[in-house]
Design a protein around this ligand. Structure first.
Ligand SMILES: NC(=O)C1=CN([C@@H]2O[C@H](COP(=O)(O)OP(=O)(O)OC[C@H]3O[C@@H](n4cnc5c(N)ncnc54)[C@H](O)[C@@H]3O)[C@@H](O)[C@H]2O)C=CC1
Ligand SMILES: NCC(=O)COP(=O)(O)O
Length: 343
């Protein structure tokens, strides 16, 4: 008889900005998932989550989480209590927000957690407190830079980080991420597009189970440059990148006019859209499925997903926040972990 497969490690869920909706959607996600899968633990302040209505159990190690999960929300405590004001971001709490991310990543790097799911952070608040990164994506790239990639040297060539927004009807990958638009245009280059496309194709094959992934590469300018009349970047930068992706055996089409590549019929022709800048990728993804889309970091030695939305300070504590995107993020992280464990 084949040996029974060990139960997967739990997922680690970070605190995010404690003044935002992270705490209440954590509790709602636990209520939705506690009788099924996947099991997770929060790296947070147990008293804070208990005050939000969950029966909590304080754990010392991730390995204790799944036995308790159906009855109580497992919480790995931060080093200090979190005194947050609902609806306001507080830069003095930045060290605890960052501690939560560091601990979750450390657990994933040693295999104690099967992946990291992050609650939203208030970026400006963290940056004002000295945080040197524009988002989780870039921070996670640095936190994991010394860890070996899965699949050895092949994996090393695919080291990110890169961002994918994955929804039921659309996946997008922005080539440039958290930079001002003018800088995105100025710094766009062939290598960055090839890197994003290669990471996307690899993730579609290995994490999403798509045997022969098809990429659609967006142009930068209106009408993909209109033959040079509306800018030369599409011919000079995007087209050679598409050629390079094809030469590497990746099914890539483009540069495509971005205004006509996201309607229903167009989306049926590809598995992911490679976009030139943040909003070109995130606007269609969030418009089509704000509550189901998940933010996935590609090219890390660990799994990381997150809801697509932010801290939503304006609705925090009002009972209006939906946990669907966080639940989708937890489910996708678990599915990715299962796929990777079978490789
Ligand atoms: N992964 C992360 O850490 C992310 C962090 N952010 C940060 O969040 C902060 C606020 O960003 P915004 O642009 O205002 O975006 P937001 O996503 O927080 O809010 C946009 C709109 O969607 C609503 N909304 C958001 N989440 C919701 C939910 N779960 N249920 C129901 N309605 C929801 C809000 O009430 C608001 O009307 C910024 O500091 C931003 O950088 C934004 C996106 C991702
Ligand atoms: N707009 C998406 C976003 O800001 C998420 O960034 P990250 O914190 O996941 O890097």
């Amino acid at each position: 008889m084949p040996a029974a497969r060990a139960a997967p490690a739990p997922l680690a869920l970070t605190m995010g900005e404690p003044g935002g909706v992270g705490g209440e959607i954590t509790v709602a996600a636990w209520r939705a998932l506690r009788r099924g899968d996947p099991c997770f633990y929060a790296v947070d302040d147990p008293a804070r989550l208990e005050a939000l209505g969950a029966p909590v159990t304080q754990i010392a190690e991730p390995a204790e989480a799944c036995a308790a999960f159906s009855e109580r929300l497992p919480v790995l405590p931060l080093s200090e209590p979190v005194a947050a004001r609902t609806g306001a971001a507080d830069p003095t709490l930045a060290p605890l927000v960052i501690e939560s991310i560091r601990r979750a990543v450390a657990d994933a790097l040693v295999g104690a957690a099967s992946g990291v799911v992050t609650n939203p952070i208030q970026k400006a608040s963290l940056i004002s407190a000295g945080f040197a990164f524009p988002g989780h994506t870039e921070f996670l790239g640095v936190l994991t830079k010394d860890a070996t990639m899965p699949r050895g040297p092949v994996g090393e060539r695919l080291r990110g980080p890169a961002m994918m927004l994955a929804g039921p009807a659309l996946r997008t990958v922005p080539v440039t991420i958290h930079v001002p638009l003018a800088e995105a245009v100025r710094t766009l280059n062939v290598e960055a597009i090839v890197r994003a496309g290669t990471l996307a194709a690899e993730a579609l094959a290995h994490d999403f189970g798509i045997e022969r992934p098809r990429l659609a590469v967006a142009g930068l300018n209106p009408h993909a440059g209109e033959g040079g009349a509306l800018g030369d970047e599409d011919a000079r930068i995007v087209a050679p990148a598409v050629e390079a992706l094809r030469a590497a055996g990746i099914d890539a089409a483009g540069p495509l006019p971005a205004d006509t590549m996201f309607h229903d019929d167009a989306r049926a022709r590809y598995d992911a859209a490679i976009c030139m800048y943040h909003d070109q990728a995130l606007i269609p993804a969030k418009t089509l499925a704000f509550h189901e889309t998940v933010n996935v970091t590609l090219g890390l030695p660990i799994i990381r997903t997150s809801p697509d939305h932010g801290t939503a300070l304006g609705i925090a504590g009002k009972g209006l926040a939906r946990a669907d995107s966080l639940i989708a993020a937890l489910r996708l992280a678990a599915a990715m972990a299962e796929r990777r464990s079978a490789l």
